[in-house]
Design a protein around this ligand. Structure first.
Ligand code: UTP
Length: 278
């Protein structure tokens, strides 16, 4: 059966200021966890979920992402027939399974605006959104695959959530709603980066979404919100009011690799995993 969702957007236009000077000339999504760039982990997760039409919303200084998902002839020639070819197996198979499209966000006007720029790639279909700096390790299956399964059931937008300590709500979009089951909440409220006293709950949205395409019209109507940016949470709240948005407590673990401490934790986690295999 043809999967219902095939497209996945990767908004990667942000400046990654928390990682300066590393991100001065290099995209933060190319930073490696051990030996693999963050963006490759993210595309692997999408491909595992059956989302093989990959669309990047990119910006200046992000060319390395395009090059990563292409063939490097000189390199291939250099290592052909040696044991080093093995290191390229993962990326080679991704390049064979997926298609890659690119569009640019000229002005960093927020995640909502970045997603709207992806409309030209997505068209009128439900789609996934992955923020590659959130590195997710799913239990049994990847987090996006879990969400695609839920989409089949509910046919509405789904955001992944995680419980965070009260003193961290100011870094996230925070939801509130009606508990449907153990892991599922029907969203009724959403606040972007609230102070602890203003947070409606401790359930924070992380960088995985399945969105229905009516979100594009809603984003177009969404005025800039917090920090003068067009916030996807504002658009999602609107969608929740007129239709349905589900929040899903995913099975697995997430590392916030957009922060130095999360990045180091993820590095230690993967390094330990690799060492345990040796
Ligand atoms: P972040 O809030 O992590 O911002 O954006 P950032 O610029 O990447 O990093 P810092 O905070 O300066 O260190 C969340 C995601 O949304 C994308 C970013 O690329 C990142 O994946 N984004 C954000 C855009 O594509 N465009 C925007 O205008 C804003």
């Amino acid at each position: 059966m043809e999967p219902m969702i095939k497209k996945c957007l990767f908004p990667v236009a942000g400046y990654g200021t928390r990682f300066l000077p590393a991100t001065k000339a290099m995209p933060k999504e190319i930073l490696p966890i051990v030996d693999k760039p963050l963006v490759q982990y993210a595309v692997e997760e999408a491909a595992e979920a059956g989302l093989t039409d990959i669309g990047f919303v990119t910006g200046r200084a992000k060319r390395a992402i395009e090059d990563h998902f292409d063939i490097s002839y000189e390199l291939e020639h250099q290592i052909a027939g040696t044991g080093k070819e093995q290191a390229l197996e993962g990326i080679r198979s991704l390049i064979e399974t997926c298609t890659f499209s690119y569009t640019r966000q000229m002005h960093m006007r927020g995640l909502g605006d970045a997603i709207l720029k992806g409309e030209t790639i997505v068209g009128d279909e439900p789609f996934g959104v992955v923020l590659a700096d959130d590195l997710c390790i799913g239990e049994e299956q990847g987090v996006l695959a879990q969400m695609v399964g839920l989409y089949r059931q509910y046919r509405c937008s789904i955001v992944a959530i995680e419980e965070v300590p009260a003193d961290q709500t100011h870094s996230y979009g925070v939801i509130d709603g009606e508990q449907i089951s153990d892991r599922l909440v029907r969203v009724t409220n959403m606040v972007e980066k609230p102070a602890p006293q203003d947070a409606p709950s401790n359930l924070a949205i992380i960088g995985r979404y399945v969105l229905t395409p009516d979100i594009f019209d809603i984003i177009r109507e969404t005025p800039p919100g917090r920090n003068g940016e067009v916030q996807i949470t504002d658009a999602l709240l609107q969608q929740a009011k007129s239709g349905c948005v589900m929040a899903y407590k995913f099975k697995g673990r997430r590392f916030d690799c957009g922060s130095v401490s999360g990045f180091v934790e993820a590095t230690n986690y993967y390094y330990d995993k690799i060492r345990a295999k040796q």
